[in-house]
Design a protein around this ligand. Structure first.
Ligand SMILES: Cc1cc2nc3c(=O)[nH]c(=O)nc-3n(C[C@H](O)[C@H](O)[C@H](O)COP(=O)(O)OP(=O)(O)OC[C@H]3O[C@@H](n4cnc5c(N)ncnc54)[C@H](O)[C@@H]3O)c2cc1C
Length: 379
């Protein structure tokens, strides 16, 4: 299954990225988590080293490659020890695909290149305070105004929102429901959007998350991405990729928690022997390893089918739920097996436990995934 995704080129990319992460990112992640932010220069550094644009076409500033490269990016950036850092660095991977899929060449050139070269930060703004699950009923409105549009409304929980230079925004241009939604590219330097201070969160501390206020934000006519009222399908296709990348990320978090716990139980002594010596411990670890392997196999299988060109919306939802279920269980057991140390700041599994809580929520909740799966079952 693995080989259906990763060839030699991916493995070389992984080895180089892993070294970069170990040398340039991991030494700083504790400080960035504490500060709740990381330097903007990280984007440029990643771009200069040839990593940031992985999976995006070279002719728009990307590094070439495919979804397999994006999977490697998600896994290795998460392996930095800060899933929040990976999330912020990864917001471009959810913001740019709609432009690539439905934008014009002029839009791709104008918006993708500065992001993929690490000069701009991109964010995807869909969720609103009134609700994120029911995307078809979003209320932010874009109204025609002369030769442009005026955006009015509010978005929330937007990753990279406080410092985004480019926002890909879903807004209502037509009537109610999915058929009235369009996507816009908003350059915040030309069309200022008011952003909140970074929202304080349970986890993902190195990632900024913002509320955005569109108070009569004027954008030019060519800010519209794809057809008028045709944004919903583009956003939905984008979600399938986002979900499978979230799935592999959750698997990676689970793997990291498993690895940290395997090391800990060999060292930690109770009642005169390493706690790995207790059968209950060994069985917990066996179950954890099994959950991780099963979730990874499903997620990689879906990635392989996506690379082959299949549209696998229902299966991507399954992969996300299987991975986030496995991850939730594994990080919980990991904390338990660390005892009190697992509850302490500075222990890796403590951060993973907090960060893992996001994955059954972000990119579509566990319940919404089940709605999609049920639809695939014909229910
Ligand atoms: C840290 C973080 C980063 C995020 N980043 C982004 C981002 O970059 N861009 C972006 O657009 N959004 C982002 N989100 C938003 C995320 O996608 C939403 O939080 C998510 O889709 C859920 O929406 P909601 O929070 O409004 O919950 P709601 O939609 O209000 O749901 C609340 C509860 O009701 C349940 N529910 C809702 N409808 C149904 C139903 N039909 N059947 C059964 N149960 C249902 C949900 O499953 C959930 O349990 C982010 C969120 C977080 C926490």
């Amino acid at each position: 299954m693995t080989n259906a995704i990763f060839g030699e080129e991916h493995e070389l990319f992984r080895a180089q990225l892993r070294r970069f992460v170990r040398e340039r990112l991991t030494p700083h992640v504790d400080a960035w988590e504490d500060a709740g932010v990381f330097p903007r220069s990280v984007y440029a550094e990643l771009a200069e080293a040839g990593f940031l644009g992985a999976g995006f076409p070279e002719r728009f500033g990307g590094g070439g490659g495919d979804l397999g490269h994006m999977v490697v990016m998600a896994e290795e950036l998460t392996a930095s020890g800060s899933p929040g850092l990976a999330a912020s660095l990864g917001s471009l991977a959810i913001a740019l695909p709609p432009i690539l899929a439905a934008g014009t060449d002029a839009q791709r050139e104008r918006w993708m290149r500065p992001v993929l070269e690490g000069r701009w930060i991109a964010a995807l703004a869909i969720t609103e305070p009134s609700g994120g699950s029911d995307v078809a009923n979003l209320t932010t409105r874009a109204t025609r105004d002369g030769d442009g549009w005026v955006l009015r409304g509010q978005k929330t929980f937007i990753t990279s929102g406080t410092r985004a230079d480019l926002l890909v925004v879903a807004a209502r241009t037509g009537g109610p429901g999915a058929g009235g939604v369009s996507l816009f590219g908003v350059e915040t330097a030309r069309s200022p959007v008011v952003a909140s201070a970074p929202l304080r969160k349970m986890g993902w501390h190195a990632s900024d998350t913002a509320e955005l206020f569109f108070e009569d934000v004027r954008v030019p006519a060519d800010a519209l991405i794809g057809g008028e009222n045709a944004g919903f399908a583009v956003a939905m296709a984008n979600f399938a990729t986002e979900r499978v990348v979230l799935a592999v990320t959750a698997v990676q978090i689970a793997q990291m928690a498993l690895d940290a716990t395997l090391a800990y139980v060999r060292e930690r002594v109770a009642f005169g022997r390493p706690i790995a010596g207790f059968q209950v411990t060994r069985h917990k670890l066996a179950d954890m390893a099994t959950s991780v392997a099963a979730a990874r196999a499903l997620a990689y299988g879906v990635v392989a089918r996506m690379i082959a060109g299949e549209l696998v919306i229902g299966d991507a939802a399954m992969a996300k739920n299987a991975a986030t279920d496995a991850c939730s269980r594994v990080v919980d057991e990991a904390v338990q097996l660390h005892g009190g140390a697992g509850f302490m700041r500075g222990t890796l599994v403590e951060r993973l436990y907090r960060d893992a809580r996001l994955y059954p929520i972000g990119g579509g909740t566990r319940e919404i995934m089940n709605e999609i799966i049920a639809k695939q079952l014909g229910l």
